[in-house]
Design a protein around this ligand. Structure first.
Ligand SMILES: [Zn+2]
Length: 68
C-alpha cells in the first residue's frame, strides 16, 4: 500500500482508468493496465485531495497494474 510522501497517511484510490500498450501495432501483444490515481485524504496535509475524491485537487501519484 502506498503512503503519502508528506504525511505518511495511507493513500486512497481516486480514479481508475484502463490504458493499453502496443494497441497501435499488430507486431506486439496488446497489454492492458489499470491506472489508479492515488490521493491523500488527510485534511492536515498540504497534498490533501479535498472533499471530492472523484475530483481531487492534488493527485499524489499513479499506480499501474497489469490486467490479467
Ligand atoms: Zn498527505
Amino acid at each position: 500500500m502506498e503512503t503519502c510522501p508528506k504525511c505518511n497517511s495511507l493513500l486512497r484510490i481516486s480514479e481508475t482508468t484502463l490504458t493499453f500498450e502496443n494497441d497501435n501495432t499488430p507486431l506486439l501483444p496488446t497489454k492492458a493496465y489499470y491506472e489508479h490515481k492515488m490521493v491523500c485524504i488527510n485534511p492536515e496535509c498540504d497534498q490533501y485531495a479535498g472533499e471530492d475524491l472523484n475530483n481531487p485537487i492534488v493527485v499524489v501519484g499513479t499506480i499501474k497494474n497489469k490486467v490479467n
